[in-house]
Design a protein around this ligand. Structure first.
Ligand code: COA
Length: 175
């Protein structure tokens, strides 16, 4: 084989608003397969209004992986395929939580392939204990005073509470 692909880097894109243990689990498992994981934090959120700024989403993930030099965290704007080209990486990693994710993921991977023939998408099943999880669920739990220690790292809870306090607002304004 001319190119040992598993020794390559992989790009794990998402909006990560905020990152959860579900995402972290995917990244940690990917590190066992790939040499480097580039966590690509998207500016655009398909119509979703982000709670955390792009800078803060990036900085939270950097803080979580500060001891893992093989995790690189970067923001990206525009099309994922353009970002991928700019990094000279052609493998994208996506997590599948349940079959409900499949249709959208299939669409996205085929669209990316259509736009850039070199791109390959690799899927990893999200661990069962996190399969119900989403960033929105975390924001709802935290904004209503629930406990999320088993779902997100402390830094997420801390930063969320700081932002919430600053804004002195409630869930309705960012939904
Ligand atoms: N654990 C926990 N939650 C997870 C998860 C996991 N392993 N995987 C996904 N989720 C959650 C996310 O937190 C997110 O929750 P939310 O909807 O409450 O915010 C939800 O599942 C959807 O995640 P995902 O499908 O990764 O969407 P996203 O908005 O995070 O990222 C992009 C989508 C950014 C990758 C995609 O829109 C993109 O590539 N955009 C760039 C523009 C582009 O190229 N568009 C054309 C693509 S064809």
């Amino acid at each position: 084989m001319a190119n040992n692909r598993v020794d390559n880097a992989v790009i794990y894109p998402g909006s990560f608003d905020p990152i959860t243990y579900g995402h972290i689990n995917i990244i940690e498992r990917a590190l066992k397969i790939f040499r480097k994981v580039i966590v690509a934090v998207s500016h655009n959120q398909s119509g979703k209004k982000p709670f955390f700024s792009i800078e803060e989403r990036v900085s939270i993930i950097k803080e979580i992986f500060r001891k893992e030099k093989r995790v690189v965290v970067e923001p990206f704007k525009g099309l994922l395929v353009d970002y991928i080209k700019s990094k000279s990486v052609d493998t994208v990693l996506r997590g599948l939580r349940t079959v409900a994710d499949f249709e959208f993921e299939l669409q996205m991977s085929l669209a990316n392939k259509k736009m850039s023939g070199n791109v390959e998408t690799v899927f990893m099943m999200t661990e069962g204990r996190y399969s119900f999880l989403s960033s929105s669920i975390i924001k709802e739990i935290l904004s209503l005073g629930g406990r999320a220690e088993e779902l997100v790292p402390d830094v997420v809870v801390r930063r969320f509470n700081e932002r919430l306090k600053e804004r002195k607002t409630d869930i309705v304004s960012w939904e």
